[in-house]
Design a protein around this ligand. Structure first.
Ligand SMILES: [Zn+2]
Length: 157
């Protein structure tokens, strides 16, 4: 039987800048083995008990991977919709599949736009402050869907 584990986290980079945090929001619940969270984090969290706190360092390879230079590409402006407002730093997906890569606009030239399909955290070692707040058996529905449905298993989407 797989478990659903809930935890609070604060994520910082090497310099201590906070990149993301669940503090003040609902804890994050994930289904074991479903790739809902990065592998380097899951590996440690699944060895912890409710109430445990830990600092977990995850190397880039076990987080969002190394930066892939092939994902930085130049796109002709004519490939964007004519009324698209292009701004450096904007992010977009090529299609509506939630697993397709998110591209970030890096620079805009007269005829071309340079976009980067790497995850914004690719190539970064990540530092998590984690506290386990819940652990329960997954429901059948969650196992079928391949993701957790929240603290009690019935928050749906
Ligand atoms: Zn579901």
């Amino acid at each position: 039987m797989k478990k659903v584990i809930g935890f609070h986290y604060t994520l910082t980079d090497k310099s201590g800048t906070v990149l993301d945090s669940s503090i003040g929001e609902d804890p994050l619940y994930f289904l074991e083995g479903s790739q809902q969270i990065i592998p380097g984090l899951e590996k440690v969290i699944t060895t912890m008990n409710v109430g445990d706190k830990k600092k977990i360092e995850v190397k880039a390879q076990d987080a969002y991977g190394d930066v892939n230079p092939e994902l930085v590409v130049k796109v002709k402006k004519t490939q964007f919709p004519p009324d698209a407002k292009l701004t450096v730093g904007d992010q977009f997906q090529v299609n509506n599949d939630q697993h397709s890569p998110v591209f970030t606009i890096m620079s805009i030239e007269p005829d071309e736009v340079t976009v980067d399909g790497n995850h914004p955290m690719a190539g970064k070692d990540l530092f998590f402050d984690v506290e386990i707040v819940g652990s329960r058996e997954a429901t059948k529905e969650e196992e079928t869907h391949g993701h957790a449905h929240g603290a009690h298993g019935h928050g749906h989407h």
